[in-house]
Design a binder for this molecule. Sequence first.
Ligand code: UD1
Length: 369
Amino acid sequence: MHILTVIGARPQIIKAAAVSRAIANGYAKKVTEHILHTGQHYDTNMSQVFFDELGIPQPEYNLNIGSGRHGEQTAKMIAGIEEVLMSRTFDGIVLYGDTNSTLAGAVAASKLHVPIFHVEAGLRSYNRAMPEEINRIICDQLATLLFAPTQTAVDNLREEGFFAEHPTLHRRVINCGDVMYDNSIYFAKMAAERCDILDRLSLQRNAFILATVHRDNNTDDPQRLEQIIRAIVDIARRDNIPVILPLHPRTRKKLTAQHLRLLEDEPLIRLIEPLSFLEMTLMEQNALLVMTDSGGVQKEAFFFERPCLIMRPETEWVEIVQHKAGIIADADYQRIVDAYDQLVHRRVSFPPLFGDGHAAEQIIQNILS
Ligand code: UD1
């Protein structure tokens, strides 16, 4: 079988590592994976570092699309992916998550009748103001195999009619667990052995907060960004606890002089460049608490049994909130401070909700069968 894997943004490169590893470790004679990088993320610390560190094969195709308005960026990707799909026979295309690269792969492949295998299917925020929500709905609609990471994702798809018999739509939903959980288990030990990020930043276990912000509705609205920053600064000062903030390039570009002054005036706040996956893994394992608007970071906090303060109006990973391991605080100063106070004093349980660490093998087996 020849499959085309499309990646483009940081989290997809990480997710694809699990499937590439599963192919290399047991299915290399049966499946040949061809990797296409759209170039949506292009900075070294947003892309190449993950290939180097996670042992992912280098992309065979690189579209070098870069940044742009959504329509423009997606359109260029569709054209590039279409060309590659027409250059040889592919038995299927593997698409990850909900980025513009996912959407482009789904549109290009469906028009050429190439079966779509969607990893991380069925997630919903029910907030259509999010570009990611649009991307994942379209990709799910066009997919043949829908690999759902959680029972909630399966239930969402059932509600949308994906389990109904249909004379022409032959699609199947599989609850395979989360490939990111596979990765977290696999790389956790390696991170502890190889990374010195805690020493470099002079951090002690359970004595710092890890924070990330990158969603466009937070970065592109100066008032929301300011509430987040003020809350982070005040928590750090009040509890005398360092906050490590690896800055996504989008966020760095959107910080105003006033935001920067707030952050830089407080020595407990450490603005750093985006971290590699192993460094991030080690930080997540050791943080007292994680504050984030990222989907992936919410889950990684859960995998490493750290409470998570979610700086979004909603989450697709509702089970984290249901199990009281996370609190949704949106970008609201008071809600963030209150949620922090609750989470640091709460006894939290972290049941296994994201599979058994073998999601990638299940994905390959289902594709083959
Ligand atoms: C994208 C995904 C989001 C995912 C996130 C992970 C979409 C719609 N969103 O958001 O689901 O959680 O990736 O990071 O696809 N930039 C750089 N260097 C880079 C990459 C980006 O400078 O290597 C800057 C560019 O100015 C760009 C901006 O960051 O305009 C945002 O990048 P973009 O790809 O549009 O979306 P993300 O915010 O990264």
